[in-house]
Ligand binder design. Structure first.
Ligand code: HEM
Length: 223
């Protein structure tokens, strides 16, 4: 019995509130278990799997290590995906595809059809997500979270929302112009896998850099 329980436990896949990290773990570019992730794992997974420069993820990888250290009280050299679920740490409210932490489900690592439906309603079946549509979805989530979260819970995460929007527009569109394919974006958020069968490849566009993301955030803010 103990052996069975230990085996079952070792087979549990840990996942995070971040669709990008979950996708890389699902494809085995990060440890499939979601456990024991190093900064080197992050840099190589995002470079190989998604054509991201190291400067786009090194800050977030350091933040994940720091969160692990503060949660466990030891100096972490690796971390597990589910450690990112701590609300209002790196995780935040007004996500595009997750419930805010206090919204009944209390599991912000899991895709929410209810929340994603709010985004899809804004997009109205558009094939291409430009800056205006992406920004409208982001703003809708800010407005809904602000209006519906429990009193005193909601902490606006507007800057993170802009940055994460630039992330997915660059990943599934052009790193300068955005214009992401909606069908690719939808599969990635809903199923946490890369839409290879619909033609997506990591090398069809230029490498995504921190400077490029910053420039795109400025365009989103102006859209
Ligand atoms: C070590 C690197 C990374 C860490 C630690 C990390 C962590 C996180 C966390 C904790 C969230 C949850 C925020 C929330 O509550 O909504 C998140 C969301 C997100 N992340 Fe990452 N992330 C990393 C890299 C990336 C990269 C490279 C991309 C590029 C595609 C990305 C795309 C996103 C997007 C689009 C969201 C928003 C999800 C939503 O609003 O539903 N992340 N990330």
């Amino acid at each position: 019995m103990a052996v069975t329980a230990a085996l079952a436990d070792s087979q549990v896949l840990l996942r995070s509130p971040c669709p990008a990290l979950n996708t890389l773990a699902n494809h085995g570019l990060l440890p499939h278990s979601g456990k024991g992730i190093t900064t080197e794992d992050i840099l190589s997974a995002f470079a190989i799997g998604q054509n991201f420069a190291a400067d786009t993820v090194s800050g977030a990888a350091a933040a994940a290590l720091a969160l692990c250290s503060s949660e466990t009280g030891v100096n972490c050299t690796t971390w597990d995906l589910d450690m990112l679920d701590k609300p209002h740490a790196i995780e935040h409210d007004n996500s595009l595809s997750r419930e805010d932490y206090n919204f009944g489900q209390d599991n912000n690592t899991v895709f929410s059809p209810r929340v994603w439906g709010q985004v899809l309603r804004i997009w109205r079946g558009a094939e291409i997500i430009d800056f205006k549509l992406a920004n409208a979805a982001r703003a809708e989530r800010v407005a809904v979270a602000n209006a519906t979260d429990a009193p005193g819970w909601y902490v606006p995460a507007v800057a993170a929302g802009f940055h994460e929007t630039a992330f997915y527009l660059s990943l599934f569109g052009d790193p300068v112009e955005g214009n992401a394919r909606q069908d690719w974006v939808d599969i990635w958020f809903q199923q946490e896998r890369m839409p290879f069968e619909l033609g997506w490849t990591a090398t069809q566009r230029d490498t995504i850099t921190a400077a490029g993301l910053t420039a795109m955030v400025a365009k989103l803010q102006a859209a």
